[in-house]
Design a protein around this ligand. Structure first.
Ligand code: PEP
Ligand code: MG
Length: 619
C-alpha cells in the first residue's frame, strides 16, 4: 500500500550497481510472486460468482499465453512447445474442472481451491520415476502463478514489451528479467532489494543501464509516473526533483561524460606498472554483443564469459548448434586475444525460469554451477562440445565454476575428456590443447589450492562468491550488503594463499570478481601477484590508468603492511590514502566511472542499518 505521495526532492539512498545518471518517468512493475494465497469460505450465493471469477482468470491466462507465443522471436520460436504445454495445463481437467468442483463442494475461494488442485497434481508427479516428467510440475507451477496473478487482478507485465522511455521501479528483478529488458526503452532501474555483486547488478552493467538496488522502500515511496533522478554513481534517488535539482544532476552528468571520454583515450595504452611489470586487463562479458565494447575499452581479451544468459534468455535450453555459433563468434571477434569461457553457472540467483529444475531453500548453497552440470550431463555435454568446436576458430580457454574439491574437478574433467574423445572419433576439429582452469570461489578450494593447481592450467579467483561464502553474506541480500568486504583480512589472506599455490605450481592466476575493477584494490592485488584482472568493460580505462601509475616494487612493500592489519577498517584507511595520493581525482568519490564498490557509500549503507534511508531536502 502506498502511504503517501512523496514530497518534492525526496531522497532515497541505496547501493549503486551500474553507473550513469538518468532523469525520467517511473514505471512500476510487480515482479513479486504470489506468495500469500488468501483462503476464505464463501456462502451459497457467492458460488456462481466465484466460479465465474475463476473461469475468467483461466480465459485471460490462455489469451496471455497465446499472445506470448505469437510474440516469440524467430530465435526462440522452436521452444514454443513450452507454451503449448502451458495451454494444455490451463485446459487440463485436473486444473480447471477439479478447481471448479472444489469451489462448489467445499465453498471456498478460487485461489484456495486452485491450490488444492495443484497439491494433488504435485503428489501424483512426485511418484513418477522418470525425472523429466517429474520436473514438469514446474510448468504447472508456472501456469498456476499466472492464474493466481490474474485472479488477483495483477498485470502480467512483460518487461521486454515496455514501449516508452521509463525508469523501472520494482521490488526485485531477477537476472533473467534484467537480461530481457528492452534497452532502447528502459533508461534504468531501481529496486527495493539486491546487493552489489548480485547477477542482476552485473547484467545492468553489461547492458549499460544505470541501476540502484537495495533501496528498501522504493516501491512504497515512488508512484507510477513520478519523475525520478537515478544516480548510478553514488546510489542516490531523487523523487520529484525540482528545477534546481534537475539542473545540478544534468551538470554532474556532463562532468561524467567528459571524464569518461578523457579516460577512454588512455585505454589502449599497455597495462604496465612504472617499473615495467605487465598485468593483463581483460573484460567480463555476459552477452556476445559486448565483445566489441570490451575491445573498444582496451580489453586484452575476455577474461570471463558468463554463459548463463543464453540459457536464461531463450527460455529453454539452447542446443549445441546455437551455443557453438555464439562461442565461435566471440572467439573470432576477440581473436587473436583469448576468451575464457565458463561452463554453465546456473542456480544461486540465476534460474532457468521455464525449466526450473530445482527449488531450493538455500540456492547459493545448493545445486549450482558445476554441481548442476555434473548432475545433468545432457545439458553439460552439449555445452562442452560447443565450446570445444568453437576452439578451432580462435583462442579459447575453458573454466569450471564453483569447484570445491579435487574429486569434483576430476569428475568434470572426465566428462570433458569423454566429449573430446567423441569429437575426435567424429573427426571434428577442435583445439586439443585448450587450456583448462577453475574458478576459486569456494573456501574449500582455497584450502586445497596447492592440490588443485596440479590438475589445471590456471586459476581465476571469483571474489564475488568467495566473499559470499567466506564471510557468510548472501550477495543478493541488501540487509547484509554493508558487510560485503573485499578488505576483510580473511579475504586478503585467502587470495594470497591461492596466488602462492598457483606460483608454486607454475600456473597463472587471474581474478574476475567485481573486486578486479575496483580502483582501490588494484595496487594490493598487484602486490599479491595476480597475473590478470578481468572486469566489466567500463572499469578498464581507470584500472589501466592506476596500473600505469604504480610500481610493483612499492605494491609488494605495501602488501607487507597490509597483511599485518587485523581489521578491514585499517586496511581501507591505508589503501584509500595511498591510492588517492596517486590518483587524486578519486577523492571526488563518485566522480569516476565503472566503480563497483563505492567505499564512500559503504559508510552510509552501514549507517542505514540503524537509520531510515529516506530523507528529504524539503522537510
Ligand atoms: C565471482 O563469483 O566472483 C564470479 C566472477 O562469478 P559470478 O559473479 O558470475 O558468480
Ligand atoms: Mg561466482
Amino acid at each position: 500500500m502506498k502511504a503517501h505521495k512523496a514530497k518534492e526532492n525526496t531522497i532515497l539512498k541505496g547501493i549503486a550497481v551500474s553507473s550513469g545518471i538518468i532523469i525520467g518517468k517511473a514505471h512500476m512493475v510487480d515482479r513479486s510472486r504470489q506468495k500469500i494465497i488468501y483462503q476464505y469460505l464463501i456462502d451459497d450465493r457467492e458460488i456462481d460468482k466465484e466460479v465465474a471469477r475463476f473461469k475468467k482468470a483461466l480465459e485471460l491466462t490462455k489469451e496471455q499465453i497465446v499472445t506470448l507465443k505469437h510474440k516469440m522471436s524467430e530465435q526462440i520460436r522452436e521452444h514454443s512447445f513450452i507454451l503449448d504445454a502451458h495451454l494444455m495445463i490451463v485446459d487440463d481437467n485436473m486444473v480447471s474442472d477439479a478447481t471448479v468442483k472444489t469451489i462448489i463442494e467445499e465453498k471456498i475461494n478460487a485461489e484456495w481451491a486452485l491450490k488444492k488442485s495443484v497439491q494433488k497434481i504435485r503428489a501424483l508427479f512426485e511418484e513418477i520415476d522418470y525425472e523429466y516428467i517429474r520436473d514438469r510440475i514446474n510448468d504447472v507451477q508456472n501456469v498456476t502463478e499466472r492464474i493466481l496473478r490474474n485472479l488477483a487482478g495483477k498485470d502480467q507485465d512483460s518487461l521486454s514489451e515496455i514501449n516508452e522511455r521509463v525508469i523501472i521501479v520494482a521490488h526485485d528483478l531477477s537476472p533473467a528479467d534484467t537480461s530481457e529488458l528492452n534497452t532502447a526503452m528502459v533508461m534504468g532501474f531501481i529496486t527495493d532489494v539486491g546487493g552489489r555483486t548480485s547477477h542482476t547488478a552485473i547484467i545492468a552493467q553489461a547492458l549499460k543501464i544505470p541501476a540502484v538496488v537495495g533501496l528498501e522502500t522504493a516501491t512504497t515511496e515512488v508512484q507510477d509516473g513520478d519523475i525520478l533522478i537515478v544516480d548510478g554513481y553514488n546510489g542516490e534517488i531523487v523523487i520529484g526533483p525540482d528545477e534546481e535539482k534537475i539542473r545540478a544532476y544534468e551538470e554532474k552528468q556532463i562532468y561524467h561524460e567528459r571524464y569518461k571520454s578523457s579516460i577512454l583515450r588512455l585505454s589502449h595504452l599497455p597495462s604496465e606498472t612504472l617499473d615495467g611489470h605487465r598485468v593483463a586487463i581483460k573484460a567480463n562479458i555476459e552477452f556476445l554483443e559486448e565483445v566489441v565494447a570490451a575491445k573498444d575499452h582496451g580489453a586484452e581479451g575476455i577474461g570471463l564469459y558468463r554463459t548463463e544468459y543464453l540459457y536464461l534468455r531463450s527460455k529453454g535450453i539452447p542446443d549445441e548448434e546455437e551455443l557453438f555459433e555464439d562461442y565461435k563468434q566471440v572467439a573470432e571477434i576477440i581473436s587473436p586475444a583469448p576468451v575464457t569461457i565458463r561452463t554453465l553457472d546456473i542456480g544461486g540467483d540465476k534460474f532457468l525460469t521455464d525449466h526450473e529444475l530445482t527449488k531450493e531453500t538455500n540456492p547459493a548453497l545448493g545445486l549450482r554451477a558445476i554441481r548442476f552440470c555434473l548432475k545433468e550431463p545432457k545439458i553439460f555435454k552439449p555445452q562442452l562440445r560447443a565450446i570445444l568446436r568453437a576452439s578451432a576458430y580462435g583462442k579459447i580457454r575453458l573454466i569450471f565454476p564453483m569447484i570445491s574439491g579435487l574429486q569434483e574437478l576430476r569428475e568434470a574433467k572426465k566428462i570433458l575428456h569423454e566429449v573430446m574423445n567423441d569429437l575426435e572419433k567424429e573427426k571434428v576439429d577442435f583445439d586439443r590443447d585448450v587450456k583448462l582452469g577453475i574458478m576459486i570461489e569456494v573456501p574449500s578450494a582455497v584450502t586445497m589450492a596447492d592440490i588443485l593447481a596440479r590438475e589445471v592450467e590456471f586459476f581465476s579467483i571469483g571474489t564475488n562468491d568467495l566473499i559470499q561464502y567466506a564471510l557468510a553474506i548472501d550477495r543478493v541480500n541488501e540487509h547484509v550488503a554493508y558487510m560485503y568486504e573485499p578488505f576483510h583480512p580473511a579475504i586478503i589472506r585467502m587470495i594470497t594463499q591461492v596466488v602462492r599455490a598457483a606460483k608454486d605450481a607454475g600456473i597463472e592466476v587471474a581474478l574476475c570478481g567485481e573486486m578486479a575493477g575496483d580502483p582501490y584494490c588494484a595496487s594490493m592485488l598487484l602486490g599479491i601477484g595476480i597475473d590478470e584482472l578481468s572486469m566489466n568493460a567500463g572499469a578498464i580505462p581507470l584500472l589501466k590508468k592506476i596500473i600505469r601509475s604504480i610500481s610493483r616494487k612499492e605494491a609488494i612493500k605495501d602488501l607487507e603492511d597490509i597483511l599485518k592489519f587485523a581489521t578491514a577498517e585499517e586496511v581501507r584507511a591505508f589503501i584509500v590514502k595511498k591510492t588517492e595520493t596517486l590518483i587524486p581525482e578519486l577523492k571526488a568519490k563518485d566522480y569516476y566511472m565503472g566503480l563497483s564498490i563505492n567505499h564512500d557509500a559503504r559508510v552510509s549503507i552501514q549507517f542505514n542499518q540503524n537509520n531510515r534511508t529516506v530523507s528529504s531536502l524539503n522537510p
